[in-house]
Design a binder for this molecule. Structure first.
Ligand code: ADQ
Length: 455
């Protein structure tokens, strides 16, 4: 059996310092690494001189991390990954920064990853690289002479061709993807957008069996939607910690319906538009005041990037305005919280909610939507309101699908969800639940690695 080598910007496998597994991806990949005696490589999150990787084995999983010099972190991570590729791939050309230094840093760090990792690779290892931080890494590893089976999975959307061509070095970036044997996207939609680029910009062709050819090189390009660790989450939802969170929510709701939003504080998640939609609901349905409240949980992320400081300030002021305009002595319409919660507590909060409000402007997948579905009480499930622009909308198509840019759409969907009969709630929830359970994160891992093993 081949070893599995996972490479991502950060390593989320549990370690002796952080023993709790960090979410579904960590669970799925850790299980595979444990079975296949593999290694998970990535950046430690620390700045410093890059030396040999620091290997640690905990609970049967080996991780290996390196430090990166400060300038590299600024140019590769804060720069090209978070200020160039992230906004561009989320259709936010106006927020995208184009700096040659960022691109230089990106290639430098990818080369550095290749140089540091290559000596630790054995000839029949399967190598699986993750996400936009490391697109050129496959090419760098080939430069080192590696002939291993190499796969790449993109967790975020693939942008439309016209948008991608705004990136000065777009062709170079896409060419690098052809060093892999298998490239995976979250949805058919991103896959088709990628095909469009290949045909228009590269003169390539799309063949049978997911094959894509450019020049003399043929690779397999697949859609493989990521899932959650459904069994863990279902168990979570009825755990003691979830029960405590559930009771706390129900007691503090005093008979009102809870609408829940949970997101990293990121402009792609459509939080401002969500607040505007909720405000529209409150303006146009004065009778419904005091029957509902919105709990938005949004832990800050990427705080060193200016566009994140701006969105945070905007949300602070918008939430203040909404509460100032509508609150009463015994009712606050919006509880806005900037904290992280343990997964079991989140599960209890999801279960207590009548509505899950998931309205990203663009999202590769969106796991919160799946967690919300998994956590519901089968006899009395809540309603998922989901942006049609989240990758998850392809699978969760019996949710109330909305256009997140339209405050009226959001307001109408809240109205509809609150009025929905139990029968309709169950009928909409059941197929979504089956999908979340069947196409779990373990299914996703197999979907990708089976494809890679066929090479
Ligand atoms: P993210 O953009 O981070 O991931 P998402 O898929 O929603 O987005 O995952 C967020 C995770 O963080 C969820 O598991 C959620 O429970 C957790 N989380 C959020 N707020 C939390 C809080 N306050 N406390 C505790 N946990 C919290 C990227 C892509 C997505 C894609 C994933 C996986 O942007 O589109 O779904 O990768 O591929």
């Amino acid at each position: 059996m081949s070893r599995l080598i996972v490479i991502s910007n950060r390593v989320s496998a549990p370690t002796a310092d952080k023993p709790g597994a960090q979410g579904g991806l960590a669970v799925a990949l850790s299980a595979a690494l444990r079975e296949a005696d593999g290694v998970w490589f990535g950046w430690s999150g620390e700045t410093g001189e890059t030396g040999e990787p620091n290997f640690q084995t905990f609970d049967g999983v080996t991780s290996a991390t390196i430090d990166l010099p400060e300038q590299d972190v600024e140019e590769y991570y804060d720069g090209y990954a978070n200020r160039t590729l992230w906004p561009l791939f989320h259709y936010r050309l106006g927020l995208t920064e184009f700096e040659r230094e960022f691109q230089g840093g990106y290639e430098r760090v990818n080369r550095l990853f290749g140089d540091v990792i290559a000596p630790h690779i054995q000839s029949d290892d399967l190598i699986w690289v993750h996400d936009y931080h490391l697109i050129p890494l496959g090419w760098m590893l080939r430069q080192q002479g590696l002939t291993n089976r190499l796969g790449f999975f993109l967790h975020i959307p693939w942008p439309p061709t016209r948008l991608l061509t705004a990136l000065p070095e777009h062709r170079r970036l896409v060419d690098a993807l052809f060093a892999y044997d298998v490239v995976g996207f979250q949805t058919r939609e991103w896959l088709e957008t990628f095909h469009d680029y290949v045909v228009r910009e590269m003169g390539g062709s799309i063949g049978e069996d997911d094959l894509v050819t450019v020049g003399g090189r043929t690779i397999r390009v697949i859609a493989c939607p990521i899932g959650i660790d459904a069994d863990e989450f279902i168990a979570n939802a009825t755990s003691e910690q979830a029960q405590a969170a559930y009771t706390r929510m129900v007691e503090s709701s005093i008979g009102r319906s809870l609408i829940i939003g949970v997101d990293r504080l990121d402009y792609s998640k459509g939080l401002e538009e969500r607040f505007n939609g909720y405000q529209r609901y409150l303006e146009t349905r004065p009778d419904a005041h005091a029957n509902v409240y919105l709990l938005q949980i949004a832990p800050p992320s990427r705080a060193t990037v200016e566009s994140y400081q701006i969105i945070r300030a905007q949300l602070d002021s918008l939430s203040g305005r909404i509460n100032g305009a509508f609150a009463d002595v015994d009712w606050v319409p919006l509880r806005y919280v900037n904290q992280s919660y343990p997964r079991a507590a989140l599960a209890g909060i999801y279960r207590a909610a009548r509505i899950g409000l998931v309205t990203p402007l663009r999202d590769g997948m969106n796991l919160v939507a799946k967690e919300f579905v998994a956590a519901q009480d089968p006899e009395d499930p809540g309603v998922l309101i989901l942006s049609r622009f989240a990758g998850a909308a392809e699978q969760l198509d019996s949710a109330l699908l909305i256009n997140p840019y339209s405050p009226d759409d959001i307001a109408d969907a809240i109205d509809k969800a609150l009025a929905m009969s139990r029968e309709e709630r169950v009928a909409r929830w059941r197929p979504m639940f089956e999908n979340v359970r069947d196409e779990s994160v373990i299914w996703w891992r197999r979907c990708f690695t089976d494809s890679l093993m066929r090479v």
